[in-house]
Design a protein around this ligand. Sequence first.
Ligand code: SAM
Ligand code: SF4
Ligand code: F3S
Length: 450
Amino acid sequence: MPDTLRGTTYHILAFGCQMNEHDAERIAGMLEACGSVCAGSLEESDILVYLTCCVRLSAETRLFGHVASCKNIPVREGSPLDERIIAIGGCIAQRDGEALLERFGHVSAVFGTQAAHRLPAMIEEAIEHGRCSADTSDDPGAFTADLPTHRATRWSAWLPIMCGCDNFCSYCIVPYVRGRERSRSIGDVVAEAQRYVDEGVKEITLLGQNVNSFGRDEHGEPRFAEVLRAVDATGIERLRFVTSHPKDLHDDVIALFGELDSLMPALHLPFQSGSDAVLARMNRRYTRAHYLELIRKLKTVRPDIALSTDVIVGFPGETEDDFEQTRSLIEEVGFAQAFTFIFSPRSGTPAADMDGMLDAEVVQRRFDALVDTVQRSAFAYNQGEVGRTVPVLVEGPSKRGADVIAGKSPKNQTVHAKAPAGASAADLAGSIVDIAVSEAKTWYLFGEVV
Ligand code: SAM
Ligand code: SF4
Ligand code: F3S
C-alpha cells in the first residue's frame, strides 16, 4: 500500500459486536500499511474512525452523542492536518449513508460494512478535498480480501469465516446492514489459521453471524464441521466459534465437542425466548423443545460444557406466561452466562410494526427479574469450578492491580490470581498457567497459581 498517510496518527472506536472489533483490526492494519501510527487516545489522533452498531436504539443514541461531542476536541499539536479526519463506518453507516454527512458537518467520510477496504483512499480524498461522498455499495468480494491486520493481542485471533445473515429474525436489523451470507473458502480459512499457529497464536475464534451455515452459499449445504476439523488439524491449542443459530446446530458439530481436543467446552447458543408463541413471531424457526434437545445432546457429549446465550425481554405480545417460560428455561439449562436485552424496535424490521408493544414498566420489571435469574445461574455454574485446577490463558494484569493476573479458562470464565513471586502479570500475558480455583463470584473466579 502507498505511504500516503505517513506522519498521521489514528484512533478507532468500535461499538457493537465482534464483527466490528475484527474490522477495527483490519482497518488498523490498513492505516498502518499506509504509514499512519496508532494514537494513544482520541485527542492525539489525526484520523478518528468510528465502527458503529444499530442493533438497538441505545447503541445508536450513544454513538450519535459521541460523534457530536468530538467536534469540539482540538487538533493535536504537531498534526500534519488542518482538521481531524472523522470517518464513520459499520452498520449505522451502511444504513444511513449520505444522511450522516448531512447531519454531522464535521464528519469527512462514511463507509458501509462492505467498503472498509476502501477507507484509506477515502481518507486521502478527504484530506485533499475536505470530504468525500458516502460509500455504501455492495461488494461481496471485499469480505474475503486479504488485508493487513493489526491484531489486538499476540496470543488470540478472530478468524472470520462467513459474514452476513439470511435468517431475518423479525426483530433484527443485521441482515439489512450486513447483507446476505457469504462464506470464505475452506482453503483460505485454514491457510489463515495456519499462519496464526505459526506466529504463536494460542486461541482462534471463528467468527460469523451464523457460523453453522458456513458453506451453504457455496456448496448448498453447511460444511462447518469440516472447517472445525481442518482448523483443529493446524495444531491450534484453543478453538472457539461465535455465533450459532439453534436451527442450524447439527449433530456432526455437536459430536466434535467430544472429539477435538482444541475445541473449548463452551458454546454461545442464543435462545431469545422460552415461549414457542414468541419464537414463532420472532421467526426463529425452532421450538423450546428443540432447543432443550440440543442442550441435552451437548451435555451428553460434554457434561461440563459452559453454555451462554442471548435473551430478549418485552417482545411485542409477550405475556406473563411467555416470560415465565423464558425464565424457567434459564433455570433448566443452567447457563454459565446470558446476555439480556430489552426489545428495541428497529425501523424496517417486521417486529417494529407488530401489535402488542408492552408498557415500559412491565418490561423493566421482567428485565430485572431475568437479570436476577441469570446471576443466580451464573453463580451456581461458577461454584462448580471451586476446587478444580484450570489452565488459564493470561490476558495481563487485572483491574485489581499489577500483581494480579486476569485470564480466561477453557470455559471462557474470567479467572484472577496473584502473579507468582518474581513474575509480573504483564510478563505472563499470552502464556497458559494452571490456577487452582478457590473462590467463585457471579462473573469471575479467583484462585492460586499452581
Ligand atoms: N447472529 C447472532 C445470533 O443470531 O444470535 C447475533 C445477533 S445480534 C448481533 C446479538 C443479539 O442482539 C441477538 O442475539 C439478540 O438477542 C439481540 N438483538 C438483536 N436485535 C434486537 C432488538 N431489536 N432488540 C433487542 N435485542 C436485539
Ligand atoms: Fe439477527 Fe437472527 Fe441473523 Fe442473528 S440470526 S444476526 S439475530 S437475523
Ligand atoms: Fe451491531 Fe452490526 Fe454487529 S448492528 S451487533 S455491529 S452486525
